[in-house]
Design a protein around this ligand. Structure first.
Ligand code: PGA
Length: 263
């Protein structure tokens, strides 16, 4: 079978967990495990963690196999915005920025207009934005999954050029599957991923650009379900919350992506 070699991104969202010391220990321990199976990049896999802001400076560059990202960013460079962190402050300590995680949208009232500004700011600073989209249980049950996601993509990606699409990652995270132990079935996830790919095709009007955009699945991903999820055609990796807090669980998920990337 002459199938194209697949590439994966396996990302861990630590949320509000881990002190500076715990973050350093984690990255060192994971680096050690990854060294046992060759550098991930050479195996078609990128490994990424989103630690809390306080740990970023300490862990950036600690492992050549592990990239870092911020869980949020403000769209202004400086200003009277108590408690916020700007892209300028993240330069040289992150490669990626998470934009619009459902917890940011719901608990911190982030709206699509601001998320669009955040995404553009991330691109301006040459970070790869990981834009999260996903429906609630009520939206799924009332048949609004696709319209909700299209709406989020339309607003959050407004004004993005085709050149920039080459540097964007999308994460599909059904809200009902986050931290609940309820995962979307691989088929349910694939169906939405294919839909996102279709919308990206329309937006870029270029199937090679849209075909290369990484679309991650997130929501109760564990070592036990990760292989099947990542084997789906339009799923290019995972965004892991709870299971990314333990080195061995996260490592097992990465190993599954190695297997898939290398046949
Ligand atoms: P979970 O979180 O894996 O704990 O469900 C995923 C996320 O919020 O990104």
């Amino acid at each position: 079978m002459s199938e194209m070699k697949r590439e994966y991104l396996v990302a861990g969202n630590w949320k509000m967990f881990k002190t500076v010391e715990e973050s350093i220990q984690f990255v060192k321990a994971l680096d050690h495990r990854l060294a046992e199976i060759k550098p991930p990049r050479s195996n078609g896999v990128d490994v990424l963690v989103f630690p809390p802001f306080t740990s970023l400076y300490a862990v950036y560059g600690l492992s050549s196999s592990i990239k870092t990202g911020a869980q949020n960013v403000h769209f202004k460079d400086n200003g009277a915005f108590t408690g916020e962190v700007s892209a300028r402050m993240l330069e040289n300590i992150v490669d990626f920025v998470l934009i619009g995680h459902s917890e940011r949208r719901e608990l911190f009232c982030e709206n699509d207009t601001d998320l669009n500004k955040k995404l553009k700011t991330a691109l301006k600073y040459n970070f790869t934005p990981v834009l999260c989209v996903g429906e609630s249980l009520e939206e799924r049950d009332s048949g609004q999954t696709f319209s909700k996601i299209r709406n989020q993509l339309d607003q959050d990606l407004e004004g993005i050029s085709n050149a920039d699409y080459g540097n964007i990652v999308i994460a599909y995270e059904p809200i009902w599957a986050i931290g609940t132990g309820k995962t979307a079935t691989p088929e349910q996830a694939q169906e939405v991923h294919a839909f996102i790919r279709k919308v990206l095709n329309e937006k870029t009007n270029d199937s090679s650009i849209a075909g290369n955009i990484k679309i991650l699945y997130g929501g109760s991903v564990k070592p036990g379900n990760s292989y099947e999820i990542m084997s789906q055609k339009d799923i290019n990796g995972v965004l892991v919350g709870g299971a990314s807090l333990q080195v061995e669980d996260f490592f097992d998920i990465i190993v599954n992506s190695f297997k898939l990337a290398n046949g």
